[in-house]
Design a protein around this ligand. Structure first.
Ligand code: ADP
Ligand code: MG
Length: 635
């Protein structure tokens, strides 16, 4: 069939006006089926002997090493459960340096020695698998001739079953490492970063008399995306191939009226969202919020926060489900950072904090002076980490798609700064100026009204949506992250940066206490010094303004506008030192990451590709569109 542009448009409109919302007849109570496709706590306690269950729980929740002795029993239980659920295949589900996920399915079916078919699943199949590592982006670490890579079960994230059109697959969340133990994925560095952060945070908490066992990073990623009808989508080779429009006229109505944000959700879209959520609930993903976003056809989904590693897996599943379910509704899911010119792009706001094993949120200001001193120490460590490594944080969100978005008038600029809000700024200014009434620290803290911090800090009225890294009452919101990116790299970088500062602030406090100074005074002194030292990273004004670009330059803050400049940060001595010290990357891994991410940016692909989210040879696409989509590329 050949159509002129006009005929195509008429055909698409004909399709679109006749669409009706797709219904799935789901009326169940969510708590009745939430997590039913995961090998969850309840299933484990039912299927595993008590001692095995306890041992596995320890590994899952306190980072204890997996007791390999229990693997055969767990594997058997997992298999029985999966077969009951109707799974025919299993896979190690991992996150290579593409930013997406990878899986290679094997059937449980084997043929016995006497020729009878039987389902089997061994301990070693649960614990380890060996995909060919040579075809994943490894930044040159794995040549084809030595392509051995291993996936290894990561017990900290729940095993799950994915439905397919004609069967089900058991998925085992895994890390991907080389024969020599180098990380070939995004998950391994993330897990390492959490360990480092935990060790350093526990040191700080010890100073405050807390006996917590470990500290976790928490993440709630808000996912923005666009939806357009697949009929319109299929007429746009630029959207199909590059994930964004490269040519075209502005629509008669953009976001001028600002009537989309939080507007009533249209039935067809709501049907889509409800089906996505239904699928995600089955997988134990706690999606909570759905709403229309600012731009026409732009939407958001946000979960309840979880441990950063689990939240990262769940964000991958969320993107996958959004993509899959969109197809069922004749919609195209666009996760590119800037699919359309002239209207807002999409981000993934990474809400991040730290919590103790007892569940105390370390960025929650407390109600006593002592709790608030601890809060100020944690806050200073965060500011210092972001200040010292703002270039690396910029590198962690680098992607050509994000270059189109950052600084494009609706997204934070490429300059990383921190917003604290008026109330907190006043407190820090008062401490800095030393203008404190009251003789002892307790009195000072009370006079500062720091005990009122929880209320003032939660005051959302002065929220600054232009900031790339904003304090929002009891967590930070890293808003500059790209909508299509895995949260793993930004979060690993942040954990490493803040982990180092937590260690340094613990050192500083310990050193002065050895000299016999009183704890409260030492803490106040150190906090005061760090306030001064990190002042340059704090910015409360309009991050979109031209004045800020000038001001930031004066302050010496990096303004790395494009991905290549940003990625060059990975080559610096500071990067090597931080990642080595924190154990997040060896030098070799870091070099490989640099090369892989550079290469990734060039490869990219369309929305059906795992590499989606970046620019696929825009020039070729453009030519193709200009030629009326007639010129094949294989002339
Ligand atoms: P916003 O007003 O920024 O849109 P939302 O309520 O939509 O805020 O999203 C906030 C996100 O932050 C949610 O995913 C929420 O679970 C998450 N969040 C809340 N507390 C924490 C925390 N302590 N650590 C990490 N994420 C958190
Ligand atoms: Mg939001």
């Amino acid at each position: 069939m050949s159509m002129t542009g006009n005929q195509g448009r008429l055909w698409a409109i004909g399709e679109v006006v006749n669409r009706t919302p797709r219904t799935i007849g789901n009326g169940s109570r969510v708590s009745d089926y939430f997590g039913c496709n995961t090998f969850n706590q309840k299933v484990m306690s039912e299927k595993l002997p008590k001692d095995v269950y306890r041992s596995l729980q320890k590994t899952m929740h306190s980072g204890h090493k997996l007791d390999l002795g229990i693997a055969p029993i767990v594997a058997h239980a997992v298999k029985e459960w999966a077969l009951e659920k109707g799974a025919t295949h299993y896979c190690h589900w991992f996150q290579p340096n593409t930013g997406g996920t990878a899986e290679k399915h094997d059937t449980f079916l084997t043929i016995d020695s006497d020729g009878a078919p039987i389902e089997r699943f061994s301990a070693s199949q649960l614990v380890q698998s060996e995909p060919d590592a040579s075809s994943f982006p490894s930044g040159g670490m794995r040549a084809t001739f030595e392509a051995r890579g291993y996936t290894a079960w990561d017990p900290s994230s729940p095993i799950f079953i994915m439905d397919g059109p004609n069967g089900k697959t058991l998925c085992i969340p895994s890390v991907f490492i080389s024969y020599h133990g180098q990380a070939l994925d995004k998950k391994t560095p993330l897990l390492r970063s959490v360990q480092y952060l935990s060790t350093q945070a526990v040191r700080v908490l010890r100073l405050f008399g807390k006996a917590t066992d470990h500290v976790e990073a928490t993440l709630g990623p808000e996912q923005e995306y666009f939806l357009i009808d697949e009929a319109f989508y299929s007429l746009r080779p630029d959207l199909v191939a590059a994930g964004r429009t490269l040519i075209g006229a502005k629509p008669p109505k953009g976001q001028e009226l600002e009537d989309q944000y939080f507007g009533s959700i249209k039935a067809r879209i709501l049907a889509f969202m409800q089906e996505v959520e239904h699928e995600l609930f089955k997988l134990g993903v706690p999606v909570k919020t759905r709403h229309n976003e600012v731009a026409p056809c732009q939407f958001e989904s946000a979960p309840v926060f979880e441990l950063v590693s689990v939240a990262t897996d769940h964000n991958q599943l969320t993107m996958e489900m959004l993509r899959r379910v969109a197809k069922r509704h004749n919609l195209a899911f666009l996760v590119h950072e800037k699919p359309f010119a002239g209207i807002n792009g999409s981000g993934k706001h990474n809400n991040w904090s730290m919590a103790t094993s007892e569940g105390e949120n370390l960025l929650e200001p407390g109600s006593t002076p002592s709790e608030n001193l601890q809060f100020l120490v944690i806050l200073m460590a965060t500011l210092k980490g972001v200040y010292k490594y703002s270039g690396l944080l910029r590198a962690a969100i680098a992607l050509s798609g994000n270059d189109h978005r950052l600084g494009a008038n609706e997204a934070p600029p490429a300059i990383i700064s921190v917003f604290l809000g008026e109330a907190l700024t006043k407190v820090l200014d008062a401490i800095e100026s030393g203008n404190l009434q009251g003789a002892n620290t307790e009195k000072q803290v009370i006079n500062l009204k720091i005990s009122k911090l929880p209320e003032v800090a939660k005051d959302n009225t002065d929220r600054n949506r232009t900031s790339p890294f904003a304090f929002t009452g009891n967590k930070f919101e890293f808003r500059a992250v790209a909508s299509s990116s895995s949260p793993a790299t930004p979060m690993a970088t942040l954990n490493a940066a803040v982990g180092e500062s937590l260690g340094e602030i613990a050192d500083a406090i310990e050193a002065r206490m050895k000299k016999g100074a009183a704890f409260d005074k030492v803490v106040m002194d150190v906090v005061r010094e760090w306030i001064k030292e990190t002042k340059a990273i704090r910015f409360e004004g309009n991050n979109y303004s031209d004045e800020w670009v000038v001001e930031a330059a004066k302050r010496g803050l990096p303004n790395l506008r494009k991905t290549p400049e940003a990625l060059a940060q990975l080559k610096t001595g500071a990067a090597k030192k931080l990642f080595k010290k924190s154990g997040v990357h060896t030098n070799e891994e870091l070099e490989a990451r640099y090369r892989a991410e550079q290469g990734f940016d060039i490869r990219a692909g369309g929305p059906d590709s795992k590499y989606y989210g970046s620019d696929l040879r825009p020039q070729q696409c453009l030519e193709f569109v200009r030629s009326g989509c007639r010129k094949g590329r294989n002339r």
